[in-house]
Design a binder for this molecule. Sequence first.
Ligand code: ATR
Length: 277
Amino acid sequence: MNIITGKAKVAAVLGWPVEHSRSPLLHNFWLKRYGIDGVYIPLAVKPENFKKVIIGLSASGFKGCNITIPNKEIAFSCCDEVDEIARKIGSVNTLTFKNDGKIFGTSTDGAGFIESLRDHNIRIKNCNVLILGAGGAARSVISSLAHEKAKITIANRTNSRALQLAQDLGTGNVIAWDTWTSLLGQYDLLVNTTSLGMEGKESFDFDLSKAKSGLVVTDIVYVPRLTPLLKVAKEFNLKTIEGLGMLLHQARFGFREWFGVDPMVDSETIEYVAKTI
Ligand code: ATR
């Protein structure tokens, strides 16, 4: 355990439920690694209590917090200032409480995803990407990929949601859910942003037989580490990128803002968090 003094910098993750969050483990690992007088705690906050908790945390000298499901949209409405990406997707996962009392919000999920691709030397510009899903996670990932000039196609079980998402973000071609398997040969990168294959959720019989040999397969699900999609991809000898990298990279922004160090996502960090999966 780190030594925590009266001057400690304090941050938190707010969720409902929050027990599943790996953020406390990760931030406290980095705090210890960099010898920072600080602490990061989990707070179980119901949506109806969210605003008053935020005001309380800000007034108590907290440096900031991460926001997880289901509070990312309410958090957006609590901000005095947001950046372009947060404005585009209408939700935030990171708040910083500034010295002047103002609350700054951003969403780092998409940037975390991009960084995890960079760790694997994936060229994003002009990359033909097929996104599975059209929920909040897809929104973050697509915004950031489009910002990096990738070419986006979306397939979602409920087609109208995919069309709405493409319209909201002003990017993305939409194909029908029951056609993506047969069209897979057109894409360089496949990203699963649905909950399919997540522990405790429905699985899916992913068919990657039409993939070209250079297809890179990524899943933003990280529990289990080897998701059903990644398992099939490995059987086809395709390059795979697990979701854990995105989780670790998305945390860097908040850590840097609150604790003043840009933490490294290295194999020691990955293995430390992976032990709990
Ligand atoms: P999040 O904000 O975490 O992305 P979400 O908004 O609930 O969560 O979105 C979950 C995604 O998983 C959606 O794209 C959903 O498809 P629908 O829009 O049709 O609901 C997708 N999903 C969930 N269960 C699915 C299933 N059994 N088959 C196909 N897609 C599924």
